[in-house]
Design a protein. Sequence first.
Length: 149
Amino acid sequence: MKNISVIRSFELIDFDEIMEIEKEAFNDPCSKNLYIYDFQNNPYSEYYKLILEDRIIGFFGLWIIYENAQITTIAVSPKYQGLGYGKTMMNFIINHVKEANCLNITLEVRVTNEIAIKMYKSYGFYEVVSRKNYYENGDDAYLMKFDVL
Ligand SMILES: CC(C)(COP(=O)(O)OP(=O)(O)OC[C@H]1O[C@@H](n2cnc3c(N)ncnc32)[C@H](O)[C@@H]1OP(=O)(O)O)[C@@H](O)C(=O)NCCC(=O)NCCS
């Protein structure tokens, strides 16, 4: 049975722990400076951590720009993947975005990221277009969209 986790807003002090997960979960981790810049300077950005037994085991970022929400990042620490924590965060995101009166959620995902694509599709996200060479290493991305009903 999945243990009870909680979702809280980031604090600056969280970034060291978050970067450990970022490096473990992504082949091309984003830099800590970029995250901190967005966290401190982008009025539309929101960052949340998923805590289990006093440890951060996942996180996600959002930009909520008027009627559009964008999932900028989402990750679960590899040893906790496949246990339902991704869905815990997705459920939070969808409720939060509805409360913010957004009309849609968009995100980009590597076309090869089958697990994430399966998760997004299970919520009703659909592929809008593929973006060639979207990532720095030349990988393509799907732009995916969820319409808030
Ligand atoms: C994508 C990610 C956040 C999902 O989190 P998770 O905790 O592993 O996912 P969950 O256990 O909640 O499972 C959610 C859904 O993902 C899919 N999924 C999870 N593990 C899977 C696997 N091994 N194979 C296929 N689909 C899988 C399923 O659709 C699952 O729903 P279901 O259990 O109802 O079938 C996580 O795998 C991760 O951090 N990946 C690395 C970072 C990343 O790629 N982020 C996305 C960037 S766009």
